[in-house]
Design a protein around this ligand. Structure first.
Ligand SMILES: NC(=O)c1ccc[n+]([C@@H]2O[C@H](COP(=O)([O-])OP(=O)(O)OC[C@H]3O[C@@H](n4cnc5c(N)ncnc54)[C@H](O)[C@@H]3O)[C@@H](O)[C@H]2O)c1
Length: 358
């Protein structure tokens, strides 16, 4: 039987690497290092872990708490001790298997252990593939906030086995799709229709090419802007309001759902400031994604004041205000400090759109 087609994306920079996307990759991966440590979240289906254990025969397998509970300095210290106890050598490797949380932790462990060992990523969520696995950012959270400690530590290779997505809860898949849709809006409009297609689903005929093309957008951006001085900021389209909504709901609203909401707000701002009207796209995405409603989150009375306090703390804010990623049109992003009256008016319109959506 011919091997399944594997799509390849090159990520440039000081340490270039390749991302491979295809069905069944977990059973075919190879690393050059003789001793490796495999790190995975405890709730990952056992079959995925066993498949990688059989393929790579790691010296040690370490299970860590699910989701962001693994992204703490305490968990990291425990993992580092396990590597030391297993005598993982300087020419060994750390392999991160799982969603973005586990791979963020594994990458930071790889960056810190013996001042840095080889790192490989095997993302098993849609978000892990189209966003977290590319760009070299690794790290953990602090009680004071998310991703406050970390390092740029690019992997030597990334393998996205699309078969792994079969076990992903549908809501988690739709969450990750927000980042793929965002890549469509800021750079590759052909992604928009594909992400919303019924054929874009685990096991569906549009899955692999769409995942590969969404990764290619991020790979292109980070290759051109390694130090996050320019273009990389465009990847934050929709994220300013998203982070505020995550803050207001104390993370009860999932990140990908918050990004869906945030993209609609950013599309409204873009239109209000003279850009093309792209709100039909962002509304279509929300209909497809079906995020938790503001009512269900107890936010029927959400006010501009509640979100603006968080937006003012956004990392793109400086003393003159918050800079938003906006769109002149599809694939034409830019950064702008948006006047307060526009932020407020469009917030009211955004809220009314959410209340009246089908
Ligand atoms: N490094 C980056 O550039 C970057 C970018 C975006 C997000 N992130 C980080 O990624 C994290 C979010 O990642 P996520 O959305 O992948 O969520 P996640 O890592 O929290 O995973 C979600 C849940 O799904 C489980 N899971 C993973 N794969 C599965 C599978 N195939 N089948 C069944 N269950 C599976 C996980 O164990 C977890 O319980 C956040 O910590 C965020 O900060 C990092």
């Amino acid at each position: 039987m011919p091997a399944n087609k594997v799509r390849q994306i090159e990520v440039g920079g000081a340490q270039p690497y390749r991302v491979e996307v295809g069905a069944g990759l977990l059973g075919r991966v190879r690393v050059a290092e003789r001793r490796a440590a495999l790190i995975h979240p405890e709730d990952l289906p056992a079959g995925l872990v066993e498949q990688v254990q059989q393929t790579l025969n790691p010296a040690v397998t370490i299970s860590v708490p699910a989701r962001d509970a693994c992204k703490t300095l305490e968990v990291m210290a425990g993992v580092l001790s396990r590597l030391a106890q297993a005598n993982l050598p300087r020419d060994g490797a750390v392999i991160g298997l799982g969603g973005g949380a586990a791979t963020d932790l594994a990458g930071f462990v790889a960056a810190a252990y013996l001042r840095g060992v080889a790192f490989y990523t095997l993302p098993t969520t849609l978000l892990g593939m189209v966003d977290a696995a590319v760009g070299g950012k690794t790290g953990v959270n602090l009680p004071e906030g998310k991703n406050l400690v970390g390092a740029f530590w690019p992997p030597k290779a990334v393998w996205c086995d699309t078969d792994a997505l079969n076990s992903l809860p549908p809501a988690v898949f739709r969450e990750g799709a927000a980042e793929a849709f965002k890549h469509g809006l800021i750079s590759d409009p052909s992604l928009l229709e594909r992400v919303l297609s019924p054929e874009f689903r685990p096991g569906g005929p549009l899955l692999e090419q769409t995942v590969a093309d969404a990764i290619a957008v991020k790979a292109g951006v980070v290759t051109r802007d390694l130090t996050e001085r320019g273009e990389r900021a465009y990847l934050n389209f929709g994220h300013t309001l998203a982070h505020a909504l995550e803050g207001v709901t104390q993370q009860a609203l999932a990140h990908g759902e918050a990004v869906g909401y945030g993209m609609h707000y950013a599309a409204r701002l873009s239109r209000a400031l003279g850009g093309a009207d792209l709100t039909a796209h962002t509304r279509a995405f929300l209909r497809w994604q079906r995020p938790q409603s503001l009512e269900a989150l107890g936010l029927d009375g959400l006010t501009y004041e509640q979100v603006s306090a968080y937006m003012a703390r956004d990392k793109k804010a400086d003393s003159d205000g918050v800079r938003f990623v906006l769109l002149h049109d599809l694939a034409r992003p830019y950064l702008l400090r948006v006047p307060e009256n526009v932020l407020r008016e469009e917030f009211a319109g955004w809220l009314s759109d959410l209340r009246t959506r089908e």
